[in-house]
Design a binder for this molecule. Structure first.
Ligand code: ZN
Length: 456
């Protein structure tokens, strides 16, 4: 079959040039001080736009988005703690993790005892700087290595956070690759972490490189790549796009794809969607140690895409899941943690998942109420006994899954039955009037309720 979307990609080695491009982009964007709003996000997106054309959206502070509101924009110019000799003992210019994200402005002289409640360290990892934010509560603070804190003498310190919280906007960007169908495959990555590498420079870079590569191909589906800040970004995107969510046939949240841990696929809330069948099979065939996790309402932006009123077939691809590696949300999540081989393997998994979803032929059962009688249509072997032969098993699988959102590739992934056998079974069932091929344009369940749409 000539339905291979990425003809030059078959192995991890084939992804090495893409991984090298991703690595370069990671090096470019790693130093930038990102947050959920502000100049760092825009600068990061400008780097991404050198790889793939982006459409950027600015959503004004105060805009209501479902139960939330777009926050004020955070501007950070400088932050430091200086000792009595004026030496900066903690300096934002040395590392952007030193200031708590969204800190309000501060100019004060205070004792170490007064300062302490505003200092965050990791006593069990005394060399590492933790990453902390305070997006939705006005406060301020510094993060520093515990070793540095222990060495600070008692006395008076000058404390400066030269920041601003003002009406501005939240920035997100989309890259769109149109296919022959308006049905969409959505890939979402978060762009709000400062100098942290696996989480989330690796996700930004891998998605950018993937989008650029896909733009050179001729896909069936259309592809939308969303680069947005975590949580508030996906909530904002969903609130502004609720009228067209039914276009989304499959989706993936991508992040934390550069560390040495094995690939991890987290199922969508539905659990058995096309994307779940295919992505689970792909990660397992690439790596025997790959992990497949059930959905849980904790993690990244899958929480929003899989909230009950949205309930899209969107899973998540990571290596280490959030919070499951020692360096997570610390200064040790740096360039040293990233393995080019891991980037290449993540890219292989993504291209393979896309290839299978893109070429998947979807079917709908024309007789979905209980199993149709195959015998009277001459579709069962007349000799009984034993288990069903593979072709009969293929028919049962297809009939069971044929709700308009499943097809040959994902039923093969779920059942282990080769696509060639399923193809023959589909032809026999179609000829018998039991099955019809669908475009997959509309999903069987409403993705967003008209009630929600009417309210906003
Ligand atoms: Zn994170």
């Amino acid at each position: 079959m000539s339905d291979v979307l990425f003809p030059s990609i078959e192995s991890i080695d084939d992804c090495a040039p893409l991984a090298e491009r991703a690595m370069q982009l990671i090096r470019d964007i790693f130093p930038i001080c990102r947050s959920i709003t502000g100049a760092g996000v825009r600068e990061t997106l400008a780097h991404v736009a050198r790889h793939v054309p982006l459409q950027c959206s600015e959503v004004p502070s105060g805009t209501p988005v479902f139960d939330w509101e777009v926050p004020r924009e955070w501007i950070i110019r400088d932050a430091f703690i200086a000792d009595s000799q004026g030496r900066r003992v903690v300096d934002f210019r040395q590392h952007n993790l030193h200031v708590v994200g969204y800190s309000i402005p501060v100019r004060a002289r205070m004792s170490l005892a007064e300062l302490r409640p505003h200092l965050h360290t990791l006593p069990e990892r005394p060399e590492w700087i933790p990453y902390r934010t305070s997006y939705y509560r006005d406060s301020w603070g510094f993060c520093l290595a515990h070793r540095v804190l222990q060495a600070l003498p008692e006395g008076m310190y000058e404390v400066v956070i030269d920041s601003e919280l003002r009406a501005g906007s939240l920035t997100y960007a989309e890259a769109y690759v149109s296919g022959t169908s308006e049905s969409e495959f959505l890939i979402h990555t978060h762009v709000c972490h400062p100098s942290l590498c696996n989480d989330n420079a690796s996700g930004i870079a891998v998605v950018a490189v993937l989008a650029a590569e896909l733009a050179k191909q001729r896909p069936q589906l259309s592809y939308r790549f969303v680069f947005a800040p975590g949580t508030i970004g996906s909530i904002t995107w969903l609130a502004r796009n609720q009228h067209q969510l039914t276009r989304i046939r499959a989706g993936l949240i991508v992040g934390l794809v550069g560390d040495a841990a094995p690939l991890t696929y987290k199922r969508s809330r539905r659990g058995n969607a096309e994307i779940d069948h295919i992505a689970a099979a792909v990660v397992r065939e690439i790596d025997a140690n790959a992990r497949v996790r059930e959905f849980s309402p904790y993690g990244y932006d899958e929480r929003q895409y899989c909230s009950p009123g949205i309930d899209l077939p969107v899973g998540r691809l990571t290596r280490s899941p959030n919070d499951e590696y020692a360096e997570y949300h610390t200064s040790a999540d740096n360039l040293d943690l990233i393995r080019p081989h891991a980037l290449a393997e993540s890219l292989l998994a993504l291209t393979r998942v896309i290839e299978r979803v893109d070429s998947n032929r979807l079917f709908r059962s024309l007789n979905p109420h209980c199993e149709p009688r195959l015998g009277k249509r001459g579709l069962f072997r007349t000799v009984g006994g034993g288990g069903p032969a593979q072709s009969e098993e293929a028919m049962l699988w297809l009939l069971n899954q044929a709700d308009g959102s499943h097809g040959l590739n994902d039923v093969s992934a779920a059942s282990g039955i080769p696509v060639s056998v399923l193809t023959e079974a589909a032809a026999a069932l179609t000829a018998a009037g039991l099955l019809e091929e669908t475009s997959g344009r509309s999903l069987p369940r409403a993705c967003v309720t008209s009630e929600v749409a009417a309210k906003t």
